[in-house]
Design a protein around this ligand. Structure first.
Ligand SMILES: Cc1cc2nc3c(=O)[nH]c(=O)nc-3n(C[C@H](O)[C@H](O)[C@H](O)COP(=O)(O)OP(=O)(O)OC[C@H]3O[C@@H](n4cnc5c(N)ncnc54)[C@H](O)[C@@H]3O)c2cc1C
Ligand SMILES: Cc1cc2nc3c(=O)[nH]c(=O)nc-3n(C[C@H](O)[C@H](O)[C@H](O)COP(=O)(O)O)c2cc1C
Ligand code: SF4
Ligand code: SF4
Ligand code: FES
Length: 1010
């Protein structure tokens, strides 16, 4: 069964058919194997697809060239070809049979009952699968009233969008006076991305014809029309063939089944506009008038085509009828929910692994559709929302993922069932942009009769465009809401009445995102070009002007480039080594190739400066008398000190340890961040006049109150220094140590005693660092992590390095008991985990697998679970502290509840990253400056823009060929384990320039767009 649906045909399935027939003949198999061309099989994303019967072996992504091999292996030698079988994304095991593939196995096929099983161009194949049996029953065993009763009893509701009960509509139409009545099949299907109706007609045209025949009999109509859009030529052709064949068989025409029932069908080609699908507009179009909706009542059942009673149903509604008559209303109504019976066909598109056409029972949850059938979100990204009901539907957020899909529940959630479009959105989708897109569509499609719809949608569009450009006003949100409600109330047809849904639903569930665009000039999905300019700069916590410095590297202007970097970043040598690179995660080049090596390019510049000396060093802008105290010399404290010193303030940093740098000095080991590199950065900050007092603990050596008295303002950036315990029995045994203390001792050059068998528990940077240190101390080292590698929070390249260095990482395992003898650690009992439901972090929760306990011998167990701030020395001063031991601040100004005291970095956020702590340091410096000057504590938010316009460099042909992310030079594994020398060695000049040239310079594109 080879698919000849539109998607597979456009992927050359007819060429595959030719190749198959040719090869089968060559192998002498043409009498034994028949190639049947079917309609759409549903799994269009992996087309062309083929199912080999009777076993149901499913092959996908077929090409002509593979056919000889396939025929020889499968049909001649009986060895199905594994590599053409389906493997679910992110899994490694192929699934040979169609019914074992989640995409198919979770579906219930009623309207699509024959898809992929028959040749739609051969009526006998339809008949062989009980086709026209229901018609025979309806004509020979049932009265029209009985047919209507059966359809009413089934609970079937129209699948075209509004969900009106089909049997009731038929009854109302039948009861209209007059002999001439019409029925119409609505196959206009104007929703972007939807193709349910097209697919049904292409795969099984007789099911629609049979449904219409039964309906005509029930209603008392002798003429029907199928309205199909002109863009569906294949559907049209198959329908024509089917009608001709049905006429030849006497199933359409005069005296069908020798009864007094006569009925004929004409096909009417649609004009293509979305509004043509609205029933009154469609009637106009069939009659040859302009397709414009008109006021209802009268409804089409009263006065439809040429003023006669006309029953209009959707393609899917008609295709369902024969099954209801054949199998009975009770059977049908046993499927689905109380008020929504049977199944619904959806076109599942957007950010989902298995896109395609699915038919599912009403009441199935969104989660089952997205994960069990759709295979989840590509590239492990987070599910954000789903748009149901097409352009006039609504956007349902991830928090409602367990919502059962039926008419009522979707309406309650602020959306509609519509005709069945499901558009899945991931974290990279901006909902404001989505609302704009749909309003753009409906505004375009409005017939213009009603001012509310025509002008209202234009006004909505203008406001949404403005918000997406970063020019929104706070009052825009209220205006949008009011305008939406007015459009809903005043518009005549369903288009106007429903077009506000995407705006209203996104406002309902994602108001924060609108505020983010309007007030903070942020688009966290990195979509709205007017706001973000380039994804890399917008996402960088310290707003590094990445495109400009990369553009300057491409031109060989390294000193200019490092100046651009330093403007926003006082620690480029550090960030060039240890930044966790959120920018690279979102780099546009990374969508189809490796992301640009943004961190390593920064490192190249910082190293270049350290080697060649800076051209000019920053100097304080003025000299101020006011003194500011900073508590903690980590990246947060140092950054704040740098920017305050530049403003001319006298800054003193108090550090309780003997060495400044916070986790940069005492957490991260030398092989990732050498001490001399950190010293170079700190010395620069000191040269601005910053004084650093080490071995001075605030709260012990000097009280916070005293600092407050002596300094104009205080910034607390004491980090998150306290390692958490696992809370399992026995963990106080000798030999169980904390990763932070272990790393601190190593970094301070202290002697550390650990055993030969070391296990580190955790998955963050401290776990990886602790393990790599233990390995360098010559110990047999393992890491136990309770989730999988994909969920590990540590920097990906560091995980890679740990594995390269021979560290064994056991995923999906966690300790449950520490076994010791005389208080001394001997072993740990662990349990295997599996991933369950999502937790609040958006990651799947690890669940212990009962009975999977195992024991591992160990001498030293290093706990690197997580850290918390230690605020015990400061909390007595009236500072507000959260239940997570973080200091509570106003997130915009970083001011604490005590006037003049600000806080930031890990002590506010909990364990985080270097650049996030630096971003807090920057903000705190701005706010402290305002505070001292007596200005209002307010942040200014601007759209992201590069500081410079650096033109892109044209690549030579030769360079274009070589364009690939260069491999960074690093120490060979056998040498690096001997000591703590730096592992990663950075880019050469030539590599840096070539890599910089690979950047797409998204900033230039944004400017051009504006
Ligand atoms: C092992 C490890 C590896 C990491 N690797 C990375 C990485 O590769 N990339 C990344 O982005 N992030 C990494 N992180 C996280 C990052 O280091 C932190 O998020 C960052 O250092 C936090 O900066 P901070 O300024 O808030 O605090 P910290 O860097 O923790 O500095 C706080 C300082 O305050 C001092 N202090 C505490 N109490 C007092 C007091 N009462 N008086 C005076 N001084 C006090 C502390 O001694 C410390 O020096 C890592 C963290 C660890 C533990
Ligand atoms: C703007 C607009 C577009 C519509 N487009 C379609 C369509 O493409 N197909 C469809 O069957 N119904 C569409 N409808 C719904 C029809 O007006 C009508 O309700 C439907 O065809 C009735 O069939 P049903 O009872 O089987 O659902 C549309 C309605 C509106 C307001
Ligand atoms: S609501 Fe819009 S599409 Fe419908 S009739 Fe009015 S203007 Fe035309
Ligand atoms: S391609 Fe260049 S400008 Fe675009 S996101 Fe990546 S680094 Fe930034
Ligand atoms: S067209 Fe072939 S699977 Fe849809």
């Amino acid at each position: 069964m080879l698919c000849a649906g539109t998607a597979c045909v456009s992927n050359k399935s007819f060429k595959i058919k030719e190749a198959l027939n040719e090869e089968l003949k060559k192998q002498g198999l043409d009498k034994e194997v028949l190639v049947v061309m079917t309609g759409c099989n549903g799994f269009c994303a992996v087309g062309p697809v083929m199912t080999v019967m009777p076993d149901g072996i499913f092959y996908h992504s077929l090409t002509k060239d593979i056919i000889p091999h396939l025929v020889e292996e499968h049909f001649l030698k009986g060895r199905p070809v594994k590599r053409l079988m389906f493997t679910p994304p992110a899994e490694e095991v192929v699934i040979p049979k169609i019914m074992d593939i989640g995409f198919f196995s979770r579906q219930t096929l009623i309207s699509l009952r024959n898809r992929g099983l028959i040749d739609p161009e051969i009526i006998d194949e339809y008949i062989a699968r009980d086709g026209y049996k229901a018609l025979a029953k309806a004509l020979t065993e049932m009265t029209p009233e009985e047919i209507i009763t059966e359809v009413k009893k089934s609970g079937l509701r129209g699948r075209g969008g509004a969900g009106f009960p089909t049997g009731l509509k038929w009854e109302l139409c039948r009861n209209q006076p007059g002999d001439t009545k019409y029925i119409v099949c609505n196959g206009d299907e104007g929703d972007p991305g939807a193709y349910m109706d097209r697919s049904i007609v292409e795969a099984d045209p007789h099911s629609v014809i049979e449904g219409m025949l039964i309906g005509a009999r029930a209603i008392g109509a002798s003429k029907g029309y199928v309205y199909i859009r002109a863009e569906y030529p294949l559907a049209m052709k198959r329908l024509e063939i089917a009608l001709d064949q049905a006429r030849d068989y006497g199933l359409v025409g005069e005296k069908i089944f020798d009864t007094d029932f006569s009925f004929d069908i004409s096909i009417k080609q649609g004009a293509g506009a979305f509004v043509c699908g609205e029933e009154t507009s469609l009637i106009g179009s069939i009659e040859g008038r302009p397709p414009e909706p008109r006021q209802r009542p009268p409804y089409p059942i009263e006065s439809g085509l040429w003023g006669k009673p006309t029953n209009i149903n959707n393609v899917e509604t008609w295709a369902t009828i024969p099954v209801i008559i054949d199998r009975g209303a009770d059977w049908f109504s046993s499927i689905g929910t109380e008020l929504s019976k049977g199944t619904k066909v959806f076109s599942l598109v957007g950010k989902i692994n298995n896109t395609g056409l699915v038919e599912v029972p009403m009441g199935i949850t969104l989660k089952e559709i997205i994960y069990d059938i759709g295979g989840g979100i590509p590239k492990g990204k987070k599910f954000k929302a789903i748009q149901t009901g097409g352009p006039s539907g609504g956007c349902i957020p991830a928090s409602l993922i367990n919502l059962p899909v039926d008419y009522e529940k979707l309406t309650e959630a602020g959306s509609i069932m519509g005709s069945g479009g499901l558009i899945v959105m991931d974290e990279d989708t901006c909902v404001v942009d989505v609302a704009k897109y749909f309003i753009e569509f409906t505004n375009d499609e409005s017939c213009g009769k009603c001012a509310s719809c025509r002008d209202g949608s234009s006004e909505l569009l203008e406001i949404l465009k403005r918000i997406c450009r970063g020019e929104g006003q706070e009052e825009d949100i209220q205006t949008l809401e009011e305008l939406c409600n007015a459009i809903k109330d005043a518009s005549m047809c369903g288009l106007g009445q429903t077009l506000p849904n995407p705006v209203l639903s996104t406002l309902k569930y994602f108001k924060d995102e609108y505020i983010e665009h309007i007030k903070y000039k942020r688009c966290s999905a990195l979509v709205c070009k007017g706001i973000i300019s380039s994804a890399c700069q917008h996402i960088c916590p310290i707003s590094q002007d990445v495109p400009s410095y990369i553009g300057l590297i491409a031109r060989g202007k390294f000193q200019e480039a490092i100046k651009v970097v330093r403007k926003e970043n006082p620690l480029p040598l550090v960030c060039g080594r240890v930044c966790n690179t959120p920018c690279e995660g979102k780099c546009v080049a990374g969508e189809w190739d490796d992301p640009i090596a943004i961190r390593l390019l920064k490192r190249f510049l910082a190293d270049y400066e350290m080697k060649h000396g800076a051209e000019i060093e920053e100097k304080p802008k003025s000299v101020k008398e006011e003194r500011v105290a900073i508590v903690g010399s980590g990246p947060g404290g140092l950054t704040c000190a740098h920017y305050l010193a530049l403003e001319g303030y006298k800054v003193t940093v108090f550090e309780s340890q003997e060495m400044p740098g916070g986790m940069l000095a005492l957490g991260i080991p030398d092989f990732r961040l050498p001490k001399n590199v950190l010293k170079y950065e700190i010395d620069r900050i000191k040269r601005l006049g910053v004084e650093i007092k080490t071995n001075t603990t605030i709260g012990k050596d000097i009280s916070l109150d005293k600092l407050k008295e002596e300094y104009k303002a205080v910034f607390i950036a004491i980090g998150a220094q306290k390692g958490l315990k696992m809370k399992i029995p026995g963990e106080d045994a000798e030999g169980v140590i904390d990763a932070i203390e272990f790393l601190r001792d190593i970094n301070l050059g202290r002697k550390v005693k650990i055993g030969d068998k070391v296990i580190v528990v955790g998955g963050g940077n401290s776990a990886i660092d602790a393990a790599r240190v233990a390995k360098r101390l010559g110990k047999d080292t393992k890491i136990l992590y309770r989730r999988t590698r994909a969920e590990m929070p540590a920097i990906k390249s560091e995980i890679e390095e740990a594995l390269t260095e021979g560290i064994d990482i056991q995923f999906l395992a966690a300790p449950v008991n520490v076994i010791s003898s005389n208080g001394k650690l001997e072993a740990i009992e662990c349990i295997r985990m599996e991933l369950g439901e999502m937790d609040q972090s958006g990651r799947r929760r690890p669940i212990p697998v009962e009975g999977s306990e195992f024991k591992v011998e160990v001498d030293t167990l290093i706990l690197a679970i997580s850290q918390q701030p230690d605020v015990s020395l400061l909390s007595g001063n009236g500072l507000n502290i959260s239940k997570w031991n973080t200091i509570e601040v106003d997130p915009e100004t970083l001011s604490t509840n005590i006037e003049g005291i600000f806080a930031g970095g890990d002590v506010v956020t909990g364990p985080n990253t270097v650049t996030e702590a630096m971003a807090h340091g920057k903000t705190a410096a701005q706010m402290i400056d305002k505070y001292i000057k007596g200005e209002k504590l307010e942040r200014e938010y601007k759209v992201t823009r590069p500081a410079l316009r650096v033109e892109a460099v044209k690549l030579t042909e030769e360079e274009t060929k070589r364009l690939k992310r260069p491999k960074v030079q690093s120490m060979p594994v056998d040498q690096r384990l001997k000591d703590f020398s730096e592992v990663e060695l950075g880019f050469t000049e030539a590599d840096a320039i070539l890599e910089a040239k690979r950047c797409l310079r998204c900033d230039l594109e944004a400017k051009e767009e504006k």
